[in-house]
Design a protein around this ligand. Structure first.
Ligand code: SF4
Ligand code: SF4
Length: 149
C-alpha cells in the first residue's frame, strides 16, 4: 500500500497519506505483492515543520508531544508549556502531512459526509472558545477533517 514515512504516516506514491486504511476478509488465495521502497529520501520537511518537535527522529513520533494527541486523546488539561505552540489547532494537526511533497498526489474525497460542514467553517474563535457541550456533541458526531480555529 505504501511506505511508512518519516512522519510515521503510511504514504502511497499515487495518493499521498490522506486516506483511510481498510481490510477485506476473503476466502481467496491471493498473491502478495512486494513491499514498496521508502521514497522519503533526504527530505526532512515533516520533521522541520512540526510545531512541537514531536517527530523526535525520522519515523518516530513522540505521542506525548503531538498536537493530535493533545487535542483528540488527552482527557486532562493541556500542558501550559506547550500552549503557545498549538497554532489554534482545535482538533488534530496535519502539518506533517500538509508539508509532505507526496500529498500533492492526494485526491479530494467524493464522499459528501466527509466535507466540512458550513456551520463549523463559519464559527469564529470566540464561538469555538465558548462552545457548549451540546454544540460540541452535535458537531463531533459529524465526520470532519482536522480543523483549525
Ligand atoms: S500531527 Fe502535528 S504535532 Fe503531531 S507530529 Fe505531525 S506536525 Fe507534529
Ligand atoms: S515530508 Fe518528506 S520526510 Fe516527511 S514523510 Fe513526507 S517525504 Fe517523508
Amino acid at each position: 500500500m505504501g511506505w511508512i514515512g518519516k512522519n510515521s504516516n503510511l504514504i502511497n506514491p499515487k495518493n499521498g497519506s490522506y486516506f483511510f486504511i481498510a481490510e477485506l476478509i476473503l476466502d481467496l488465495e491471493l498473491e502478495p505483492d512486494a513491499p514498496i521502497k521508502d521514497y522519503c529520501g533526504t527530505c526532512t520537511r515533516c520533521i522541520d515543520a512540526c510545531p512541537t518537535d514531536a517527530i523526535i527522529k525520522p519515523y518516530v513520533v513522540d505521542g506525548s508531544k503531538c498536537i493530535s494527541y493533545f487535542t483528540i486523546e488527552l482527557r486532562d488539561a493541556l500542558p501550559a508549556a506547550l500552549m503557545n505552540n498549538f497554532d489554534n489547532w482545535a482538533f488534530g494537526c496535519d502539518i506533517c502531512q500538509e508539508v509532505c511533497p507526496w500529498n500533492r498526489f492526494s485526491k479530494p474525497t467524493a464522499e459528501p459526509d466527509f466535507y466540512p460542514k458550513k456551520e463549523i467553517l463559519e464559527m469564529n474563535t470566540e464561538e469555538w472558545n465558548e462552545i457548549s457541550e451540546d454544540v460540541f456533541k452535535k458537531y463531533s458526531t459529524i465526520p470532519s477533517q482536522s480543523s483549525r480555529l
